[in-house]
Structures are given as structure tokens and as C-alpha cells.
Ligand binder design. Structure first.
Ligand code: ATP
Ligand code: BTN
Length: 279
């Protein structure tokens, strides 16, 4: 049992820990997601963090949760009759392979790093997967376990070994060929593309249609004014409200205003302090 595998892996990173170090816990007492949001991590799940030291630019770091989510989806589908979709940027959603079953979140990925302007010192990627753990009632609408989707318990050691192998392969592919070489695979599994979404940034919220994923990994949203906006990080919810299409020239912002010109537009929910690490 640990407070958080993420915290432990970051301590090891600061002490010079080697690339590939994995910290795994049976249970976390203070598991967390982005912005210190609580991550429920009871017995029976797979909760681990990996220390990496990639020779990439800090601007490429947000691409890592994307490529690792592909590995998670492949490994989960290998366990049985389940289907996975990727919710940009850091979630894997799961449904049993039967008609009309609903996709819910089975896995979340958290990336934290130490970097200089042009160099990544270390990166810790935390992965939380609901395998055989019980989902608390408050999360049941949005979260699912692999056990629930399969209809029986899953073998966590087999899943972990398979996942680590896939993550290693995907990571090597990424280091050699870049995110663009994995982009099509990501798009193939994307939950959001073609759907109406709501984007919540620090100072505004807007709706639009998620159109694609850019070669740099950002989510491309066509807003009401038909403008294509690139979101590098943000809170994205599938939106059920109708999307009124305004004429060109009218503002597309529902709140706040002005176009976000910040090339590293790490966005945060309103009134939330910005984290000093990427998602
Ligand atoms: P979201 O899940 O809302 O798309 P996110 O993936 O970026 O956002 P965070 O903003 O990091 O997630 O916050 C973690 C979210 O995951 C919280 O909203 C919490 O309700 C939810 N959560 C916590 N524990 C679990 C779990 N074991 N399985 C699924 N979801 C969980
Ligand atoms: C998300 O919010 O979707 C990301 C959740 C990441 C949870 C994992 S579990 C292992 C590691 N330790 C933590 O405290 N968080 C990550």
C-alpha cells in the first residue's frame, strides 16, 4: 500500500532513478488525477507509475498519454470480449462487446515531468486501471471495471505484463518515428471525433465538434463560427446540448472572449490554479 505510486516514482526520479522504473501498489490511500483530483484506488485495481527519461522536447510530453492509452486499450481488449475507446487526452473508456452497452471510464493516465526549456529531465506516467476493484456508488455513472465488462474477474498479472510489453513497444516507436506515426491508430479508436463536445479552459467554455487529432496530438475542434481550434490540454466533456451554428464573424465563445493564441494552451477549469506540470 502506498499513498500514491506517482508521488513515490517522482521521489525516485529526483534521486536519479533509472528509466523504466515501475512503482506498483495494491492500493493507494491518496491516488490522484490532474489538479490533485481524487483517484479512487481500492484493492483489485492496477495502479502504477513509470519513470521515463525520453530525449524529446518538453512540448512533445502531452503526446505520451495519447500513445500509452493506445497500449492500454490493446491490452484490455486482449483480455476478452470488450471494446475500448480513447477519450482524448488521458482516458480509456470501456464497454462489453454487446449491442447498446455504454462506454465508461476504465483507465486514467497522468503525466508529470521535470524539464528545462529544451530538455526533459524526467517524466512520470501514472496509470490507473479499474480491473477487479469495486467502483464506489458515486462513480458508477461514469466509471466501469474490467471485471464488470467481462462478466468475470481478470488476471491482473497477465494484464500488467502484456501492457508493459505494449507500452515499451509503443514508446520505442514514438521515440523513433514521432507521434504522427501513431496518429491514425489513435484516431481509429477515438471516442470524441465526430462528436459534439464542451471545452472548459481557464477563462472560457465553448462547444464544438471534435474533428480530428493534429499531428502534434492536439484535439481539433470546429466551433460554432466554423473556426478550427487546437486544444493542447483541457477538460473535455461529451456534450448533449444542441450546437447552434452561428454565422461567420460572430463570436464563438460562450463565456469569456478572444481567441486563445497561446501556443502551449494548457487549459484548466475556471478558478483552478494551473499545475506546474503537464497533464
Ligand atoms: P474526466 O475523467 O472527467 O474526463 P480526467 O480524465 O482529466 O477528467 P481528472 O481531471 O484527472 O480526470 O480527474 C479524475 C476524475 O476521475 C475525477 O473526476 C473522478 O471523478 C474520476 N475518478 C476517480 N477515480 C476513478 C476511478 N477509479 N475510475 C474512474 N474514474 C475515476
Ligand atoms: C485521470 O485523472 O484520469 C488520471 C488518473 C491517474 C491515476 C493513476 S493510479 C497510479 C498513479 N498514481 C496516482 O496517484 N495517480 C496515477
Amino acid at each position: 500500500q502506498l499513498d500514491s505510486t506517482q508521488t513515490r516514482a517522482k521521489t525516485l526520479a529526483g534521486l536519479g532513478g533509472k528509466e523504466g522504473t515501475v512503482v506498483l501498489a495494491e492500493k493507494q490511500t491518496s491516488g490522484r488525477g490532474r489538479l490533485n483530483r481524487e483517484w479512487h484506488s481500492a484493492d483489485g485495481g492496477l495502479w502504477f507509475s513509470i519513470l521515463l527519461r525520453p530525449a524529446i522536447q518538453p512540448s512533445q510530453v502531452p503526446q505520451l498519454p495519447l500513445i500509452f492509452s493506445i497500449a492500454v486499450a490493446d491490452a484490455l481488449e486482449k483480455t476478452g470480449a470488450v471494446t475500448c475507446k480513447l477519450k482524448w487526452p488521458n482516458d480509456v473508456w470501456l464497454a462489453p462487446k454487446k449491442p447498446k452497452s455504454k462506454f465508461k471510464k476504465v483507465c486514467g493516465i497522468l503525466s508529470e515531468m521535470s524539464a528545462e526549456s529544451d530538455k526533459v529531465n524526467w517524466l512520470v506516467t501514472g496509470i490507473g486501471i479499474n480491473v477487479n476493484n469495486k467502483i464506489p456508488p458515486a462513480l458508477r455513472k461514469q466509471a466501469i471495471s474490467l471485471h464488470e465488462a467481462l462478466g468475470h474477474k481478470a488476471n491482473r498479472s497477465e494484464l500488467l505484463v502484456n501492457l508493459l510489453e505494449r507500452m515499451e513497444k509503443t514508446y520505442e516507436d514514438f521515440l523513433k518515428n514521432g507521434f504522427n506515426s501513431l496518429r491514425k491508430t489513435y484516431l481509429h479508436r477515438s471516442l470524441l471525433t465526430g462528436k459534439r463536445v464542451t471545452v472548459t479552459e481557464l477563462t472560457r467554455t465553448y462547444t464544438g465538434i471534435a474533428e480530428s487529432i493534429a499531428p502534434d496530438g492536439s484535439l481539433l475542434i470546429r466551433d460554432k463560427t466554423h473556426k478550427l481550434r487546437a486544444v493542447l490540454a483541457g477538460d473535455i466533456t461529451l456534450s448533449s446540448s444542441p450546437l447552434p451554428v452561428r454565422r461567420r464573424g460572430e463570436t464563438g465563445d460562450d463565456q469569456g472572449g478572444g481567441e486563445n493564441q497561446n501556443p502551449s494552451n494548457i487549459s484548466h477549469p475556471p478558478n483552478t490554479p494551473a499545475p506546474n506540470t503537464p497533464r
